[in-house]
Design a protein around this ligand. Sequence first.
Ligand code: SF4
Length: 234
Amino acid sequence: MHSLLIKISRFKPSIIDPPAFSTYELTPAPDWTVLDALEQIRIHQEPSLMYRRACHHASCGTCACTINGVERLACKTKLADLGTQTITLEPLHCFQRIGDLVTVRSTLFQFMQPDWSCLQPDEKRDDHDLLLSGRGQSITRFENCIECGCCVSACPVVRKNSHFIGPAVLSAINQEMKKNPSTENDLLSIAASPDGETLCQRAVACSRVCPTGVYPARHIKALRDQRKRTGNTP
Ligand code: SF4
């Protein structure tokens, strides 16, 4: 491959503040992903570069960021597939940014109840995000959602209104209802709250970016339909 320019939004509180772009040049191998590029830049050019990664195979959601303006997983996005000579990397929107591409994703869980069956207790109790969130209880994983936060970042409603409970949680509510029909009334009440499903403007941005095919917009529609059927409206 020819050389590429990787333009990264940098942020370090009180050091690179306000955020500013830095551009790095590299010559990637044909099969490199965005995460490979980040690793190479950190090792050879910018040791202070902050980003997150864990599984390297699209099953943990940790490396989600905004790539050429679209929410994606850095570990499964091939540089060659992007088709641009300059690749712009920014953190996800709508989450607290703590440095460069690193954000705090715990707000994904803030509207969820710990007893929902789609959540499992996490064996690891010192999760940094959760400590920052003050939740005190570590939780993880619901269905095939990898909690990457891409849908929340892409949602135009969340960008304008941080109170909207968002596509990931609404998807979890719908899946929880299917598994535990006895909880339907309570869950529909959450979905019907002023910060719930009614705020969705049907942009479908959530489904477009979800890397695991959760299709949050479908779950939101199912919730809306179920609310109409049962008369559970605000
Ligand atoms: Fe990520 Fe999809 Fe889960 Fe949203 S619903 S957090 S995009 S895996």
